[in-house]
Design a protein around this ligand. Structure first.
Ligand code: NDP
Length: 326
């Protein structure tokens, strides 16, 4: 038997309860994992509170991230005892996820824990950190360079935003942290932000083209914030859009694209190809300033997840939240 956070539906409402389950009920997969940690992402918050259509079939175990040790494997790439990380691939959505002491996964979804990285650091990174790095890689691929001007990171106090601020500052960019929480300014400056832009300034209705400010943007918010960011991006600049914490709408015009050569690059971490995934994890291993993890990360028990799920969908969680399973 093992402990799991189980989501179910009662009269159309999602319930979340800790239960003891038998290994036999786990879904099919080649590798059985003893889960050490999961993490709480915005998507997990939507799944656990039922505020977003994330789970395709109930009952279900949430948790889009996990790190743990292989117990048994039908795939020779993963010997028992190997530490592995899983993010994305529909885990915690279509396939039972990481918020349980046991998980059964497809071998192709596993990434070996990078050498020298602790399980806690892997989950401090998790889907949010991986996505932040994919955004940085997207801006690099678009040719954005520190000497061209500042980078705006929206939703900067959140999981993706916090890691993006730190990674971009580490690469020598002047980072402007866009946030609705002015009280988080000291935290954001410690992560490497050069200055702060308020949510009100970011979300104000914009003309098709505004004053050129940003060489690049990492956007986790969507809606009018993304629309204004596009209108404020410099000629030839790039915007990496990965989130919808504010809105799934995009009330923009074609002007930034056809008059300023602005590139809007979508970023997805769920089905990200293995080569790019491995490149991103290796870059995270080299570049994330782990001395800042104690500021960036808080650790909670599995029992606290429902409470924190409510908080993350209300935009009240700062940085990354590790979920201790063992
Ligand atoms: P968090 O909840 O940790 O961070 C989101 C941040 O967005 C909040 O901290 C807040 O930042 C800001 N925010 C929240 N609500 C609003 C609002 N109504 N208007 C404007 N800003 C708001 O979430 P994550 O960092 O885990 O995820 C961020 C987004 O990225 C989510 O939409 C998530 O679904 C998406 N995502 C996408 C992935 C992909 O593969 N494309 C992978 C991972 C995440 P502040 O308080 O600083 O303003």
């Amino acid at each position: 038997m093992f402990k799991a956070l189980v989501l179910d539906q009662v009269e159309g409402k999602t319930t979340a309860e800790i239960k003891q389950l038998d290994e036999e009920v786990l879904p099919a997969g080649e590798v059985l994992i003893d889960v050490g940690y999961s993490s709480l992402n915005y998507k997990d918050g939507l799944a656990i509170t039922g505020k977003g259509p994330i789970i395709s079939k109930f009952p279900a175990i949430p948790g889009i991230d996990l790190v743990g040790k292989v117990i048994s494997s039908e795939d020779p790439r993963f010997a028992p005892g190997t530490q592995v990380v899983v993010t994305g691939w529909g885990v915690g959505e279509r396939h039972w996820g990481g918020m349980a002491a046991r998980a059964r996964m497809k071998a192709d979804w596993l990434v070996p824990l990078p050498d020298g990285m602790s399980p806690q650091t892997a989950m401090a990174i998790g889907t949010a950190g991986l996505t932040a790095m994919l955004c940085v890689l997207a801006l690099e691929e678009a040719g954005v360079k520190p000497e061209q001007g500042p980078i705006l990171v929206t939703g900067a106090s959140g999981g993706v935003g916090s890691v993006a601020v730190n990674l971009l500052a580490h690469r020598g960019f002047e980072v402007v942290a866009g946030t609705g929480r002015s009280e988080e300014e000291p935290y954001l400056r410690k992560l490497g932000a050069h200055s702060i832009r308020s949510r009100d300034e970011m979300a104000a209705a914009s003309r098709p083209l505004e004053k050129q400010r940003w060489a690049g943007v990492v956007d986790t918010v969507g809606g009018t914030v993304l629309a204004r960011a596009l209108a404020e991006t410099i000629y030839g600049g790039a915007v990496a859009a990965c989130g919808l914490a504010g809105s799934a709408d995009l009330p923009t015009t074609v002007m930034p694209f056809i008059l300023r050569n602005v590139r809007l690059q979508g970023v997805d971490s769920v089905s990200c190809p293995p080569d790019l995934r491995t490149q991103a994890w290796n870059r995270l291993q080299q570049e994330l300033d782990t001395s800042l993890l104690s500021d960036l990360v808080q650790e909670i028990a599995l029992e606290q997840v429902p409470e924190y799920a409510e908080r993350i969908v209300q935009g009240k969680v700062r940085g990354r939240t590790l979920v201790r399973i063992a």
